[in-house]
Design a binder for this molecule. Structure first.
Ligand SMILES: C[S@@+](CC[C@H](N)C(=O)[O-])C[C@H]1O[C@@H](n2cnc3c(N)ncnc32)[C@H](O)[C@@H]1O
Length: 250
């Protein structure tokens, strides 16, 4: 596929996601507030806020996490859907003691300068965007070296049968705003990040909380060199969908 055709396809998929969430906004909280709350709370608690207070929340939605941040946090929330953001702005005005800025922006092409934030959190958005790899690259770019990056998401299951079911069901779930077949490695192997911890969260542990650290540029370059020296036989990282809590990388 040529670059311009791929670009046009991605733009049209992004508009479709925006349209879906424009409709979902009316019922979003009723369906997804309590069900996904444990993951949101765990994600905010996993941020290393002692080492910087500027947080970017990617896909802030209706702002359900905003109250979870400790007072004194400076939060910038971005989202593609204006109807979702309207509710986030209303919540922001009630979340006293935090400096909150809510902006409409595509997470695949953010307008922030490099290293603008101490931490980036992305709750339930990686399996929603058409190009999750691009979002991860943007997250790495806007997070300062040493900052924490926390992703909560459902990833495609490791077990072969469930993986097939989730792949089969994904064309249906896309119509209601998310995919079931997102690979965990898009997050765990994103260039410039190192995995600190993986936990299972929410009902049946079907979602994963992935805590990462933004590497310094020199570390990323050293890793890239080690990987290319090992050539093609590099194994996938020790991530297992469905793994129990508290997993740490070797
Ligand atoms: C499943 S909702 C999660 C909302 C919120 N994080 C939560 O915890 O409830 C996914 C959100 O991602 C937003 N989104 C989808 N594509 C996006 C994009 N390209 N850039 C920014 N936000 C996007 C949607 O509008 C929606 O609000």
């Amino acid at each position: 596929m040529s670059g311009s055709v791929a670009g046009a396809k991605a733009a049209s998929e992004t508009r479709e996601v925006e349209r879906v969430y424009g409709t979902l906004a009316r019922v979003y909280d009723a369906v997804f507030d309590w069900a996904l709350r444990p993951g949101r709370v765990a994600a905010v608690h996993a941020l290393d806020l002692g080492r910087g207070r500027r947080v970017l929340e990617v896909g802030v939605g209706t702002g359900l996490s905003l109250e979870t941040y400790p007072r004194g946090t400076e939060i910038t929330g971005i989202d593609i859907s204006e109807p979702m953001l309207r509710q986030a702005r209303a919540r922001a005005s009630e979340a006293h003691g935090r400096a909150i800025s809510i902006r409409r922006m595509d997470a695949q092409a953010m307008s922030f300068a490099d290293a603008s934030f101490d931490h980036v959190i992305a709750p339930y958005v990686i399996s929603v965007v058409p190009d999750p790899e691009r979002v991860m690259r943007e997250i790495v770019r806007v997070c300062r070296p040493g900052g924490s990056v926390v992703v909560v998401n459902h990833f495609v299951h490791e077990r072969r049968f469930l993986r097939h079911v989730e792949r089969w069901a994904t064309p249906l779930t896309r119509g209601i705003g998310f995919r079931l077949d997102t690979r965990a490695q898009i997050v765990t192997r994103a260039t410039g990040l190192e995995v600190r911890e993986i936990q299972s969260v929410n009902l049946f542990g079907w979602w994963k909380l992935v805590v990462l650290r933004r590497r310094a540029a020199e570390d990323t370059e050293a890793l890239r060199r080690r990987r290319s020296a090992r050539a093609d036989g590099v194994a996938e990282p020790p991530y297992v969908a469905g793994a129990s809590t508290g997993r740490r990388p070797r």
